[in-house]
Ligand binder design. Structure first.
Ligand code: NAD
Length: 256
């Protein structure tokens, strides 16, 4: 269904981003990966399934590197049709101990990078009057938890950006939406489970089930594959009038 389409997925060398890249590739799209770590393994996962893949290692805290990534994607495959703003980081500390450096890095990556990729993608998408901008936000774009001030502020900001871009593009074939996952078992969450276990002197397994039960009524992790499937729906023609939505996929987290 997405043959001839090109997707840029930020932070797609592992976790949710890699799951999304795999789903888009399986649906026929060319994918441009980005992020750090085991790039070869990420590339291989897509290539072995028969997809066309390119990679750019932009550090998205820097606007000039974001411009390089977007130009590279357009040059490599001739268009940018789907933009998935996924890269994100977390830091946990009470506000009075939250370092300025952590604040600046989180806002730069989780919020400002989405502004830059979007402002650069929209003129390219307008050429074909078709596009899908999908922001991987979080339930933390809709509700808060303690000790995550920068993350919560950045994610609430991304919901605002999603809505305003959706409105600006409402009369075009380009839609902009947010997906808001609850807990997904990736390295971002594994770090939180490990530090919870250390702080409370409990086992990793105990910390994991406590973490889930505190917020996620299903008691089950959301998977990158489930997020990929929702994202494919948002890319489909059936979702053409889904605009400015913040769609939770969270085991019931925000229903409480
Ligand atoms: P992850 O840590 O497994 O993956 C993050 C990806 O971003 C990696 O590919 C990493 O290399 C890349 N990255 C990190 N810093 C970067 C930078 N400066 N420039 C470019 N790329 C960079 O995390 P994840 O859990 O897969 O999270 C992906 C997104 O989903 C994030 O925006 C996160 O906030 C959001 N999210 C995660 C959960 C969860 O429970 N895991 C829940 C809700 C929302």
């Amino acid at each position: 269904i997405l043959i001839e389409k090109t997707a840029v997925i930020t932070g797609s060398t592992r976790g949710i981003g890699l799951g999304i890249a795999r789903a888009l590739s399986d649906a026929g799209a060319n994918v441009v990966l980005n992020g750090f770590g085991d790039v070869l393994a990420a590339r291989a996962l897509i290539e072995q399934a028969g997809g066309k893949v390119a990679y750019h290692g932009a550090d998205l805290r820097h606007p000039e590197q974001i411009a390089d990534l977007m130009h590279y994607a357009e040059k490599e495959f001739g268009s940018i049709d789907i933009l998935v703003n996924n890269a994100g980081i977390q830091h946990i500390a009470p506000i009075e101990e939250f370092s300025i450096e952590h604040w600046n890095n989180i806002i730069a990556l989780n919020l400002s990078a989405g502004f830059h990729t979007t402002r650069l993608a929209v003129p390219v998408m307008k050429k074909n009057n078709w596009g899908r901008i999908i922001n991987i936000v979080s339930v933390h774009g809709l509700v808060a938890s303690s000790n995550k001030s920068a993350y919560i502020a950045s994610k609430h900001g991304m919901i605002g950006l999603t809505k305003s871009v959706a409105l600006e593009l409402a009369k075009t074939g380009i839609t902009c939406n947010a997906i808001c996952p609850g807990w997904v078992l990736t390295s971002l969450v594994e770090q939180q489970i490990t530090s919870k276990a250390t702080l409370q002197g409990i086992s990793y397994t105990e910390a994991q089930s406590q973490l889930l039960l505190e917020k996620q009524p299903s008691g089950v992790f959301v998977t990158p594959e489930q997020i990929g499937a929702l994202l494919l729906f948002l890319c489909s023609d059936a979702a053409e009038e889904v605009r400015g939505a913040a769609w939770n996929i969270d085991g019931g987290w925000i229903a409480q």
